[in-house]
Write a protein that binds this ligand. Structure first.
Ligand code: NAI
Ligand code: SOE
Length: 381
């Protein structure tokens, strides 16, 4: 049977523009879905560059103004893959135009913006989702299944890190190109919104709500050349952030993120410790989930390293890929997210994380930044 079309208007052709385009291209080859994404148009300001992107990925047309893209009646869904300061305006305009919206993380620059975005999509009744893709790494989804089954028992601790090392040199400028992440006006915050937001999204999903936080941040390089102004300007983002928190379920959280951990490129790890067992995961070894069960027989009790590649429905998503034992990687998390979105779209069901779900992460980020600024505990929300 011919598939129904979901005509995608992609805004941005950088890292995420490529990751999502790859997911749209692959998803129907591996998942049985009623809908298929059609690469209808790609949009960015530079016509030559966006045309090259469109030619490479097979987009049928281009636009250089996102407003024109949103006005088009031959686009069903807008995919927002641009710096954080543009998410709000594009999402609200897309909602008013009745488009489905797939928005990159973090949802917004702050909670206020995020609330406006939630109100816009809810008033318009349009499907919406935020690309917190790590939820859909099979080993992370397996962790969710284990936690939800109650096998870990009462949870005591949740610990997460996201460590990188690419901004240590004071010669790295801020603003422009992919360096918008170092410019507070474009990014909103530093590692808190860029990296800890992922850790927080996963934590809220696996371990429930966060009640309050106490945080510290540091900006190690105080001034950097700004690519757009050509002047040395103060740096407004947090280079490193650590926070403690209480979860609603009574467990304690410990989170750390930095771009100054020499040797670490994208070391996202989390560990959950419960009464009966623990799980831990590491993005550098993303197809493995480590699991400890205290109820195992004493002689063989110990940490198991589960290679999450088996079929039969127990290892999430894996029956769609290769034979058991053969692993998949980072880009597949986006394929899984598109597959889930399309399945929900067909049934008219919301697929998490929705804008409203992602707003909870935004609230935690805001509380973390307020706590660091005020050197005190902050309630979330
Ligand atoms: P990037 O810098 O690689 O690409 C940004 C794109 O936005 C470029 O194509 C640029 O031309 C375009 N752009 C900027 N201003 C525009 C405008 N006014 N109109 C149209 N296009 C415009 O950035 P990247 O890494 O792709 O990040 C984009 C978003 O994705 C950010 O919100 C970021 O936080 C998020 N992200 C999420 C990741 C994940 O793991 N889910 C990974 C990397 C980024
Ligand atoms: C930053 O280097 C970055 O690309 C983030 O923007 C992403 O969200 C994260 O998944 C990987 O690191």
């Amino acid at each position: 049977m011919a598939k129904k079309e979901l005509r995608i208007g992609m805004i941005g052709y950088g890292f995420m523009g490529r990751a999502h385009s790859n997911a749209y291209a692959k998803v129907n080859h591996f998942f049985d879905l009623e809908y298929r994404p059609v690469l209808a148009a790609a949009c960015a300001r530079n016509a030559e560059a966006v045309q090259a992107f469109a030619d490479n990925w097979g987009y049928a047309s281009i636009e250089t103004d996102w407003r024109k893209l949103i006005e088009r009646s031959d686009i069903d869904a807008i995919d927002i893959c641009v710096p954080n300061n543009l998410h709000r305006e594009i999402a609200i305009a897309a909602a008013k135009a009745g488009k489905a919206i797939l928005c990159e993380k973090p949802l917004s620059m702050n909670t206020q913006e995020g609330e406006e975005m939630c109100q816009a999509v809810e008033a318009a009744g349009v499907p919406n989702m935020v690309w917190y893709n790590y939820r859909r790494v099979p080993a992370v989804t397996l962790a969710k299944n284990i936690v939800d089954s109650g096998q870990l028992g009462k949870i005591f601790h949740y610990r997460a890190n996201f460590l990188q090392d690419w901004t240590i040199s004071s010669e790295v400028p801020q603003g422009g190109g992919a360096l918008w992440r170092l410019d507070a006006a474009a990014a909103g915050s530093g590692v808190t919104g860029d990296l800890l937001a992922h850790c927080i999204d996963t934590a809220l999903w696996l371990n429930g709500g966060i009640r309050d936080v106490v945080a510290m941040t540091e900006t190690f390089v105080k001034e950097r050349m700004h690519v757009e102004t050509g002047k040395v300007e103060p740096v407004g983002i947090d280079d490193a952030c650590a926070f403690l928190c209480h979860f609603e379920n009574g467990s304690l959280g410990l989170f750390e993120s930095t771009r100054y951990a020499r040797g670490h490129k994208a070391l996202y790890t989390f560990e959950i410790n419960g009464e009966h067992g623990s799980v831990r995961w590491d993005l550098h070894d993303l197809h493995r989930l480590e699991f400890f069960d205290h109820r195992d027989a004493g002689a063989t009790r110990g940490w198991r390293s589960i290679h999450v590649t088996d079929h039969g429905g127990e290892h999430p998503y894996m029956d769609r890929w290769w034979v058991p034992g053969l692993q998949i990687g980072y880009e597949h998390s986006f394929v899984h997210q598109v597959a889930d979105f399309l399945a929900g779209y067909a049934e008219g069901k919301a697929v998490g994380p929705t804008f409203r779900d992602a707003l909870e992460t935004q609230k935690v980020c805001d509380a973390v930044l307020a706590s660091a600024a005020g050197r005190n505990w902050q309630a979330v929300g």
